[in-house]
Design a protein around this ligand. Structure first.
Ligand SMILES: Nc1nc2c(ncn2[C@@H]2O[C@H](COP(=O)(O)OP(=O)(O)OP(=O)(O)O)[C@@H](O)[C@H]2O)c(=O)[nH]1
Length: 372
């Protein structure tokens, strides 16, 4: 099956699950990828994960990727040649890599029989992946070939302030609605800060509002809630709906705590992908093909109508439209002997000019459509 073919349910059974790892710089994406890698290696050494590193600027990754963007694009050279800063360099490197992504997908397809998980590590500058055309192309391409889930890595110790938590959740929300893929919030670094507070805030917006009220700076000099405080209060109500679409786990990429639970959630999300994302994908493709077909039919109809009007207003043109009969063609052939054919009277020779438009197999019946 080609890499871009939408999958039937049966084919999907055998497909590996793709985990797209996204997160703010320093949240622990690469460490988390390495933790998944070692967990899957120890779970079944014969079926290790297939890893793609999409961060062109990373100096060192703690795992050995099977496909590494750094092997294809030299990010520093891109910066120099295009006179770009670091972010522009990463974005351009990702764009260049995306032009080859069909080949990457072919490679992944070839290995898909022997792996159960495909893991993508993305650039630290999160917006370069989540808000660029390249990021969307890569995500869509992979998600239309394999069951895919997004793992959004959160630096738990740095999310304990309600305002930071809210910003992180809003960002996660924007990615969820952009990709529409099953989404897992991974509260990382639980060895430093347990993630229970975050789960409580997600399940009980009153608990979040209480935390917000008790946080310093939530009231102005007159004792009124600040603008930010009121905004976050309202946002927490809005996000309540969003939390229903998410799964959340706490892990420590350092100690490995919670990683098994993470893979249990990945399995659940795979089911969600098959039930919700895949039918939508197939329907969207069918709709796109239908609209393309409609456009083609419409332009053909308009062309035929124009032709009919032209004939009605100018009957003489009909004879010009008429296709030449075989007899006339034969006459033409005779003319050719004196004009176009450069090899009059000569025996055919290897490499001789042959007009393939006049060649037909004996048994071939072609009924070319005639205008009108
Ligand atoms: N204590 C603790 N530290 C962690 C954990 N996960 C990652 N770290 C540390 O967090 C820092 C950043 O980790 P990385 O894996 O490089 O983070 P990243 O998101 O890939 O960073 P970028 O490449 O900048 O995007 C490193 O110092 C890690 O050792 C964890 O679970 N616990």
């Amino acid at each position: 099956m080609s890499a871009s073919t939408p999958l039937s349910d049966n084919a999907m059974q055998r497909k590996p699950t793709v985990i797209v790892t996204i997160g703010m710089a320093g949240a622990g994406k690469s460490t988390f990828v390495q933790r998944m890698n070692s967990h899957l290696h120890s779970r079944d050494p014969s079926r290790p994960p297939y890893i793609l590193n999409l961060d062109p600027a990373v100096a060192h990754v703690p795992f050995e990727p099977n496909i590494d963007i750094r092997d294809t694009v030299n990010y520093k050279e891109v910066m120099k040649q295009y006179n770009l800063g670091p972010n522009g360099g990463i974005l351009t490197a990702l764009n260049l890599f995306t032009t080859k992504f069909d080949q990457v997908l072919d490679l992944v397809e070839k290995r898909s029989e022997s792996v159960d998980h495909i893991i993508l590590d993305t650039p630290g500058q999160i917006e370069i992946f989540t808000w660029s055309a390249s990021g969307a192309i890569i995500t869509d391409a992979i998600a239309s070939s394999f069951p895919t889930v997004v793992a959004y890595i959160i630096d738990t110790p740095r999310t304990t302030a309600p305002a930071t938590f809210m910003s992180n959740m809003l960002y996660a929300c924007s990615i969820l609605y952009k990709t529409k893929l099953p989404f897992i919030l991974v509260f990382n670094k639980t060895d430093v800060e347990p993630h229970e507070f975050a789960i409580e805030w997600m399940q009980d917006f009153e608990a979040f509002q209480a935390a917000l009220a008790s946080h310093s700076g939530s009231r102005d000099s007159e004792g009124e809630p600040t603008y930010m405080n009121s905004l976050m209060n309202s946002m927490s109500l809005v996000l309540d709906e969003f939390y229903k679409h998410l799964k959340a786990v706490g892990v420590s990429s350092m100690t490995g705590d919670g990683i098994k639970e993470f893979f249990d959630v990945v399995e659940e999300c795979r089911g969600t992908y098959e039930k919700e994302y895949l039918p939508e994908l197939v329907a969207a493709r069918a709709a796109r093909e239908k609209s393309l077909q409609d456009v083609k039919e419409d332009s053909l109809n308009r062309f035929m109508k124009d032709l009919a009007v032209d004939r009605a207003t100018n009957p003489q043109s009909t004879s010009n439209d008429r296709w030449e009969s075989d007899e006339e063609n034969n006459d033409d052939d005779d003319d050719d002997d004196t004009g176009d054919n450069l090899l009059i009277g000569e025996e055919p020779w290897p490499g001789q000019y042959i007009d393939v438009t006049r060649m037909r197999r004996q048994d071939e019946q072609i009924n070319w459509p005639r205008p009108g």
